[in-house]
Design a protein around this ligand. Sequence first.
Ligand code: ZN
Ligand code: FE
Length: 255
Amino acid sequence: MSLTLVTIPCLKDNYAYLIHDEASGDTALIDAPEPAPILAELNARGWTLDQILLTHHHWDHIDGVATIVEATSAAILGAEADAHRLPPLTRGLIEGDVVQIGGEYGHVIDVPGHTVGHIAFYFPDSGLAFTADSLMAGGCGRLFEGTPDQMWHSLCKLAQLPPETLICSGHEYTASNLRFAATIDPDNAALQARITRVTAARAAGRPTVPSRLSGELATNPFLRAHNPYIKTALGLATASDAETFAKIRALKDKF
Ligand code: ZN
Ligand code: FE
């Protein structure tokens, strides 16, 4: 039995996710940008929220926690390393820890770079990875706290997950991420096809998340810093993968 996944648009361009195990009735929320749309979704589905899993400390991922906990008494789980700047944690998490939703297990993966305490949650049985502002659809988070080396290492960990994994990321930035990607990887046919699909989805008001890891590997320039064609096009033929990643990230910051 797979977890049921619900994608909830929040604020201007954030996403929260609900996962629900039908057999046990267990429900978890990943990130809490704002309470109203999340509580409305729980109410509409008749689900009782048990756990809130937090990816990182930024306000647009935690601001809804207090109101949601007041309404649901859900437990709060997040990175132990960031306990001082997250809402009061019921349980602090470190890499390798496991969270449980019904009969399914979610593995905690350290993915520093956007912030130093950023974690991801990977549920292998359902093929879901909650990556928030680390690996994003067509891009990756800005390096507010971590180094390019840290983010490259984080992305390499996520790139090792099974290619069919659904990447549940934190923002609707895909269209602009792919416009940038096309400047790095202009002859990539898979990228051009994805731009067409994303443009149609946005015109129809549909989210472009979750996205499949296989598609990210084929089109996301931040996962392609090892690609000799991309290195050469950037004038970095002999650079390391991490150096190439750093260059792509710096170009994106100015895009
Ligand atoms: Zn963030
Ligand atoms: Fe964010």
